[in-house]
Design a protein around this ligand. Structure first.
Ligand SMILES: C[S@@+](CC[C@H](N)C(=O)[O-])C[C@H]1O[C@@H](n2cnc3c(N)ncnc32)[C@H](O)[C@@H]1O
Ligand code: SF4
Length: 499
């Protein structure tokens, strides 16, 4: 028997499944199901402009407000829902230059001279987690940035040796590294393969010369394609990142770029909508900031989606299209399963059971914490058991799809009962699709894909969003939208769910 708190599953009730209301002692007047659908439709009319999503994690890291735990043991105080496995994320903040669109905190150019010291600290950080992860198997390693392939060969070697020294890396583990043109000569690829790398994620963004010229990336389309060609021959399992939504972008820039990558045989393509949340300064108070390119982005995305489907790619994540038999994407997909994710390096985001966390974003504080023998964590969030479940539901809904049977086995919760009316309304509105025992969001949900998953969150989530300081509320439109959507909720009831 699993018990969830009073504020859980409040909006599902009841008209469609009267026995739940009976179980709750009939304390709630049943909602009118058509009323719910109408209210949802009206509430969801409010657009938000962070397409395809305003944050890559749920709950958003801006809710990470608690102080770092005193010890590794305290960080891992809750049992994992996948106890025998974990993943690793390593972060290298160094890049050749700063691309003018980039929303990551990076150290460009000569800053890489600091990398020697940085790698030593990464190894010390690995050592801190070694004991608690002993006996568990690491099923994927993702080395991201920044541009990790910008690091010298001896540093890459040191890091990969460190991973094997401190962790039990499964022989079949997926080991990915991010790269960008100009940092990946043939010899480096050969070195990476010898170190166990079996997947490359290559940021090329566009093959439109004019667009590329304005990005501060310092290579030509021909050079990028030559490097990519070698990577594809040697590694095979290659993903390429592309972007769209730039001001001076032609109508067909993304499609032309994707066509060329498809013709070159790239088995996995990620498409990112330009996100300007970090430089969007002129927002009107109280109103969600409007992205002028929003409608164009939706159109470009849906054209790309259709094109990639026709070429045999399948949407494996919200923005990742892959030919399944020619590529792997385990790390990205497992990220939404509440699998433990050890985060190493500045600004890295990790997940300990029921405790999402984030490392210090600045080198100085990161180094200081490690020197003092502390994990270099700046903040954590503490999730209730139901919030952990909804973390998985929301993330899977948005990025992959929910397997209802798997959720039932893992958490003892039948989402069809708990959220029966919400699911039915979203299907009726054309935003959710049921395929056997899985649910996924449809293309029509594109406008609302920040909001719809949050409808499943407990009240505590909305309350915490609304409790954020004003500067956050100005920056993120979601809380104000949530309040309006929140009117679909009924009062809390207490309910226990049998496994
Ligand atoms: C961490 S970066 C690493 C890739 C590599 N450094 C490169 O750029 O070639 C991962 C991807 O994030 C995407 N990205 C960076 N800034 C972005 C922004 N402002 N909006 C949307 N996507 C962005 C780019 O597609 C980039 O390839
Ligand atoms: S190379 Fe990649 S991580 Fe570095 S600034 Fe450019 S987009 Fe950002």
């Amino acid at each position: 028997m699993k018990s969830y708190s009073e504020s859980f599953n409040k909006r599902s009730r009841l008209n469609r499944i009267p026995e739940i209301n009976e179980h709750a002692g009939g304390i709630l007047a049943p909602l009118d199901p058509d009323g719910l659908t109408d209210r949802l439709a009206a509430s969801l009319m409010i657009q938000n402009d962070f397409y395809p999503c305003f944050d890559w994690t749920f709950p958003p890291p801006l809710l990470n407000k608690s102080e770092a735990p005193a010890s590794v043991e305290a960080l891992f105080q809750h049992p994992s829902v996948i106890p025998e496995n974990f993943s690793l994320y390593l972060h290298s903040p160094f890049c050749k230059s700063l691309c003018n669109f980039c929303y990551y905190t990076i150290i460009p150019g000569r800053g890489v001279e600091k990398a020697e010291r940085y790698v030593d600290y990464l190894l010390r950080e690995m050592e801190m987690y070694a004991d608690i992860m002993a006996g568990k198997k690491c099923e994927s390693v993702y080395f991201g940035g920044g541009t990790p392939t910008f690091l010298d060969d001896h540093l890459l070697t040191k890091l990969f040796e460190g991973i094997h020294r401190y962790f039990n890396i499964d022989v079949d583990a997926e080991i990915s590294i991010e790269s960008s043109p100009g940092t990946l000569p043939r010899e480096k690829i050969e070195l990476l393969i010898s170190l166990g790398v079996n997947r490359l994620s290559y940021g090329i963004q566009t093959l439109d010369e004019e667009l590329l010229a304005g990005m501060n990336r310092h290579y030509s389309v021909t050079e990028a394609m030559q490097e990519l060609d070698i990577a594809l021959k040697l590694v095979g399992n290659v993903n390429v990142d592309t972007m769209y939504g730039f001001e001076n972008e032609s109508d067909t820039a993304l499609l032309d770029t994707l066509t060329k990558f498809h013709e070159a045989g790239i088995p996995s393509l990620s498409i990112y909508a330009l996100d300007r949340q970090r430089d969007n300064k002129d927002k009107a108070l109280g109103l969600p900031p409007k992205d002028e390119a929003y409608e164009d982005k939706i159109r470009i995305f849906s054209e790309a989606d259709g094109f990639l489907f026709r070429q045999g790619y399948r949407q494996v994540l919200q923005n990742v299209y892959a030919i399944p038999e020619k590529s792997t994407y385990r790390h990205q997909v497992r990220r939404w399963d509440n699998l433990t994710l050890i985060a190493l390096g500045v600004a890295a985001q990790g997940y300990a059971p029921r405790t999402p966390y984030q490392n210090f974003p600045a080198l100085k504080s990161y180094y200081r914490a490690i020197d003092e023998g502390r994990l270099p964590i700046v903040t954590v969030d503490h999730l209730s058991a139901e919030m952990e479940l909804i973390r998985e539901v929301s993330s899977q809904l948005r990025f992959t799809r929910i397997d209802l049977d798997a959720i039932k086995r893992k958490y003892g919760v039948d989402l069809d009962i708990v959220f029966g009316d919400l699911i039915a309304s979203l299907i009726e509105l054309g935003y959710l699709k049921r395929e056997l025992n899985t649910l996924r969001m449809t293309g029509d949900a594109a406008y609302y894909n920040n909001i719809i998953p949050m409808l499943f969150a407990p009240d505590e989530f909305t309350q915490r969003l609304m409790g954020l300081p004003e500067e956050y509320l100005e920056t993120f439109p979601v809380p104000s939208v949530m309040v309006q959507v929140g009117c679909t909720q009924s009062a809390p009831i207490e309910i226990s769910l049998s496994e």
